[in-house]
Ligand binder design. Structure first.
Ligand code: S3P
Length: 172
């Protein structure tokens, strides 16, 4: 099977589900935001603050290219990464499989209301919801969509992803 790129909004569980999924598949796990923190030697809010979103997005694309090298990886992308057509091309041209983790807004909104420090794209609940809705058409361009209730554990959500992959497998 090919590399899997988890996409979706902030709070969708891309990192926690990605870690479980990588374990289940025996793939290496990469968290793109983590890579960016290491690259800049600081936190994401600091990168936005000191370098600006443009520099963040450029670095995000470069790190994505580094991940899209055909290795067997599970990559948790940041919530904005798949909203760039160029980034979608990088993922798909590498043979990567994009998987949209899709819990309902109510789950995302509740999670973000309780945990939004470190998320520079989160302003308040209404703004976050508008951002989520504006990004949905891009998220829906993913090759697979995994509907989540939002109440599952990361392990259960990883099993749901695996079930979707098995229903519609992608040979390498
Ligand atoms: C962003 C989401 C964040 C991070 C950055 C920008 C976004 O990742 O990449 O703060 O534009 O939605 P998470 O989705 O992992 O929170």
């Amino acid at each position: 099977m090919r590399s899997i790129f988890l996409i979706g909004f902030m709070g969708a569980g891309k990192t926690s589900v990605g870690e479980m999924l990588a374990e289940r598949l025996g793939y290496r796990f990469i968290d793109l935001d983590q890579r960016l923190c290491e690259r800049f030697g600081t936190t994401i809010p600091e990168v936005f603050e000191s370098h600006g979103e443009k520099a963040f997005r450029e670095a995000e694309r470069e790190e994505l290219v580094r991940c899209a090298d055909g290795q067997k990886l599970v990559v948790a992308t940041g919530g904005g990464a798949f909203c760039s057509e160029k980034n979608r091309q990088i993922i798909h041209a590498s043979g990567g499989l994009s998987v949209f983790l899709d819990p309902p807004w109510e789950t995302l909104g509740a999670r973000l209301a309780g945990d939004n420090a470190g998320r520079p794209k989160y302003g308040d609940a209404a703004q976050a919801r508008r951002l989520f809705e504006s990004r949905l058409p891009d998220y829906r361009r993913a090759m697979r969509v995994v509907g989540l209730a939002g109440s599952e554990s990361a392990a259960a959500a990883a099993d749901l992803v695996l079930a979707v992959l098995e229903e519609a497998p992608c040979a390498t």
